[in-house]
Design a binder for this molecule. Structure first.
Ligand SMILES: Cc1cc2nc3c(=O)[nH]c(=O)nc-3n(C[C@H](O)[C@H](O)[C@H](O)COP(=O)(O)O)c2cc1C
Length: 334
């Protein structure tokens, strides 16, 4: 009997395979299927800062009082019908999910500014969430904002939210930080309990015929795992917060790699959208088969086995190996 049990954010998980935030989890029946398939925990779809802000516009009747006085703010929001504004519905959903499931339910807040919207963190806790994942989605396109300014604003947001909560908090990051290791240390000091590496930034394309920016979302493949493995392997021996991998986890081998890099848990979204919710069960049984074939008794024995403090050739994770890799590749002339 292989022991897959894992601790994440102070919660006992039966497996290190966690479902990451996506609209799949808006349906309670999908959540029940996910639990039955064997997932260790679920991160619910996000409640967005914009949804909360927009709800309070409507709630406070600002629109009826002449939206012209807020032209800039209003252009930021889609119209009411095309956008589901229902933060209170989100809180009810947490309550229903908590009642229905035995696995931990991690709620997700997605935003960027420290403002009134963060009081929702407390409401999320009261609704019964076991933990909160905070996704900070910010595109630093301003010519004025420095890397230091941006990092400090993330830390301030984390501190403000952390101060309101008793439940643990994870922060989901993008890979685009100048000094990733130092920034993770700062987030640690700000109070995060786990870091989720890495969010996939939405990348627009161009339609050359219509000359429009095309906003479509594409799903990941296992290729995207490498960036996450690299950073988790580098950081895991040195950072206190637990590390989770999101991005490019599609197979049992991906799970093994992620845990060996030092991740506490690995998360899946694209694979479940492509192959169905029950696919979690297949990945888990493949994982058990792999562990048995390699004579492991628990998932814990794997953890960190290939991080930067454990691998036999740590320079393979740093620039020292860059020249060797480049030189080892000899393209064939056509
Ligand atoms: C359709 C879709 C919706 C998503 N919605 C959210 C969301 O609400 N909040 C969030 O933090 N991440 C969201 N994500 C990102 C996923 O949680 C995940 O981090 C990302 O897709 C990378 O993992 P993957 O390679 O397993 O897909 C979404 C992804 C997809 C594909």
């Amino acid at each position: 009997m292989i022991d897959l049990s894992t601790n994440y954010l102070g919660l006992a998980l039966r497996s290190p395979i966690v479902a990451s935030a996506s609209p799949l989890w808006k349906e309670i029946e999908n959540l029940a299927r996910l639990e039955a398939a064997g997932a260790g925990a679920v991160v619910l779809h996000s409640l967005f800062e914009e949804q909360i802000m927009m709800d309070s516009f409507w709630f406070n009747g600002f629109l009826n009082q002449g939206s012209d006085s807020f032209p800039e703010a209003m252009s930021y929001f889609p119209d009411e019908k095309s956008y589901q504004i229902d933060p209170r519905g989100y809180l009810k959903h947490i309550e229903s999910a908590r009642k229905k499931l035995t696995i931990p339910v991690i709620a997700s807040l997605n935003g960027v500014s420290t403002g009134g919207w963060i009081r929702y963190a407390r409401e999320i806790e009261s609704a019964g969430a076991d933990a909160l994942e905070l996704t900070i989605y910010f595109l630093p396109a301003s010519m004025q904002a420095t890397a230091h300014d941006i990092e400090q604003s993330y830390c301030e947001l984390v501190r403000d939210i952390k101060n309101q909560l008793r439940i643990p908090i994870a922060v989901k990051l993008s890979p685009y930080f100048t000094a990733m290791a130092n920034f993770c240390r700062q987030l640690d000091l700000a109070g995060v309990d786990a870091l989720v590496l890495f969010n996939r930034f939405y990348q627009p394309d161009f339609d050359l015929e219509t000359r429009e920016v095309v906003q479509n979302l594409y799903l990941s493949s296992s290729d995207e795992l490498r960036l996450r493995l690299h950073w988790v392997a580098l950081l895991s021996p040195y950072v206190r917060p637990q590390l989770a991998i999101t991005g490019g986890v599609h197979t049992a081998e991906d799970v093994v790699k992620g845990i060996m890099a030092g991740a506490q848990v690995v998360m899946m979204t694209s694979a479940l959208i492509k192959r169905g919710i029950d696919y979690v069960g297949l990945v888990e049984s493949d994982l058990v088969t792999w562990l048995e074939a390699h004579e492991y008794k628990s998932i814990g024995e794997l953890r960190g086995a290939m991080n930067s403090a454990s691998v036999s050739n740590p320079t393979a994770l740093t620039r020292a190996n860059y020249l060797k890799v480049m030189n080892s590749f000899m393209p064939k002339a056509i």
